[in-house]
Write a protein that binds this ligand. Structure first.
Ligand code: GAP
Length: 444
């Protein structure tokens, strides 16, 4: 299968089965903004919940936070986003299209008569590159004037830095410790695309770890190892994951060292998470711009210092896309193509489908009772329409790990058939052991 075909098929499956829809589709869609449908919202929630569990619930040294999207505009001056979060752009005066200055489709030198617009083909209509800020602006209060400008946050990290002392005091943590947050971020991306890979509204799962100066390199290595381990535990193919180290020319203004975790998408190797050694940049800048002391006092050692920060920053939508791409497969079964989303059962949107074999002989009633029992613990689906083979296929496409069929033996022997998504093998399981059987299958 050609790589472009895989993405086309996945995008179409996502629409058809209710994973992801284009935003405002009935109005022609809004560029690079997407909505999650019934299956997509479950999948993305499961990704975020796994991240939260591993970062916050399973550790003693990380606290959670949910900071507001809107922040004081001076936050973005301190962070460097007002002056530095820019892309050089070129406009075509003829067709009004806008391009990144490094767009390989541009011919000639923008601003010169020989330059040619890649969309309308006009010559000499391209402007010289101009810096364009990627933050979305809006106004706070009733007056739309410069003094009222605020921004939609382009990353969640700043909400963590400005709350670091509040969390430290309220939680009685000591350095080294971390703060984790999941939330929306907005970037007016100029070249968004590849479905939900690069969008203008997205969610980040970010954790900032505050450490004593001199220990940052060590924590940086630990966090690299833990984060790669998390992606492996999510069930992503290890051969499709790799590290990319940022060279000197590539490092962001705040970073002392940075590595990306990259995944091999059908459209090439691309970043899904960044691990950054941010040094004292963030707390140093906020201390300077706010005038508030942000130092930490280590009582045991009787010393005062500004902690350094190791950051792990993943995109929830990007990881969700990775999970979808990695799970998608087609197989030939009895002369037919079987489409399967082979998710790790822990992230599968639906854990079990309950299917009465026929709509008679008390099977639907019994199936309903099984369904009502299981749905108290797992996201389940009830389906009594169509041939059983068709119902299995529908669940394969949704990535449901278990199909539970209620048949004639269920009433007599109190057992059901559990059909496994990946192997299509079937087990006979007692009704009294069913919930535990599913629980074991979706754990981990
Ligand atoms: N606080 C650091 C930071 O924001 P980043 O490399 O700009 O670093 C981190 O972003 C992660 O956020 C990326 O690895 C990616 O997963 C996600 N991300 C960034 N821009 C995105 C976009 N336009 N659409 C979807 N996800 C995005």
């Amino acid at each position: 299968m050609a790589d472009t075909t895989v993405m086309d098929k996945l995008v179409s499956l996502c629409k058809r089965r209710g994973f992801v829809f284009q935003s405002s589709e009935i109005y022609g869609g809004l560029g690079s903004v997407w909505d999650y449908g019934p299956l997509g919202v479950e999948l993305k929630r499961n990704v975020k919940e796994r991240w939260w569990r591993s970062m916050v619930h399973e550790r003693d040294d990380i606290e959670g936070l949910d900071a507001a999207i809107l922040m004081h505009p001076r936050v973005w001056e301190a962070s460097g986003h007002v002056s530095g979060f820019t892309d050089p752009l070129v406009d075509c005066r003829q067709c009004k299209n806008r391009f990144r200055a490094d767009d390989p489709r541009l011919k000639g030198t923008p601003g010169q008569p020989d330059a040619q617009c890649p969309v309308c083909g006009s010559r000499g209509t391209l402007t010289e590159p101009r810096l364009f800020n990627l933050m979305f602006k809006t106004f706070m209060g009733p007056v739309e004037e410069q003094a009222a400008v605020i921004y939609l946050r382009p990353e969640t990290a700043q909400g963590i830095y400005v709350n670091y002392l509040n969390v430290l005091q309220g939680s009685r943590q000591r350095v080294p410790f971390g703060i984790a947050q999941v939330g929306k971020a907005f970037r007016n991306e100029i070249t968004p695309g590849n479905f939900i890979f690069r969008t203008r509204e997205f969610e980040q799962m970010e954790m900032q770890f505050f450490v004593k100066p001199g220990t940052d390199a060590e924590w940086f290595e630990r966090w690299r190892e833990w984060r790669m381990g998390w992606h492996h535990a999510l069930g992503l193919s290890p051969a499709k994951l790799r590290w990319h180290e940022h060279g000197a020319g590539e490092l962001a203004h705040y970073a002392r060292a940075a590595y990306d975790i990259e995944y091999e998408f059908p459209f090439g190797w691309n970043e899904i998470e960044g691990i950054h050694n941010r040094g004292d940049f963030d707390l140093g800048r906020h201390q300077e711009h706010s005038g508030k002391k942000l130092e930490y006092f280590d009582q045991a050692a009787n010393e005062r210092y500004l902690p350094l920060i190791v950051e792990t920053s993943a995109g929830a939508d990007r990881v969700t896309l990775t999970v979808l791409v990695d799970a998608y497969r087609e197989e030939q079964v009895e002369g037919e193509t079987r489409v399967v989303l082979g998710f790790h059962p822990g992230v599968a949107p639906i854990k079990a489908a309950v299917l009465p074999l026929v709509k008679k002989d008390g099977m639907p009633e019994l199936a309903r009772r099984v369904y009502d029992d299981l749905r108290r613990r797992f996201k389940c689906f009830y389906d009594d329409s169509g041939a059983i083979g068709r119902r299995y296929r529908r669940m394969d496409e949704a990535g449901t790990p278990f199909c539970i069929t209620i048949d004639g033996d269920t009433t007599t022997a109190q057992t059901v058939t559990v059909r496994h998504r990946d192997s299509m093998a079937q087990d006979r399981v007692g009704l009294d052991a069913l919930a535990e059987f599913v629980a074991r299958g979706v754990a981990g």
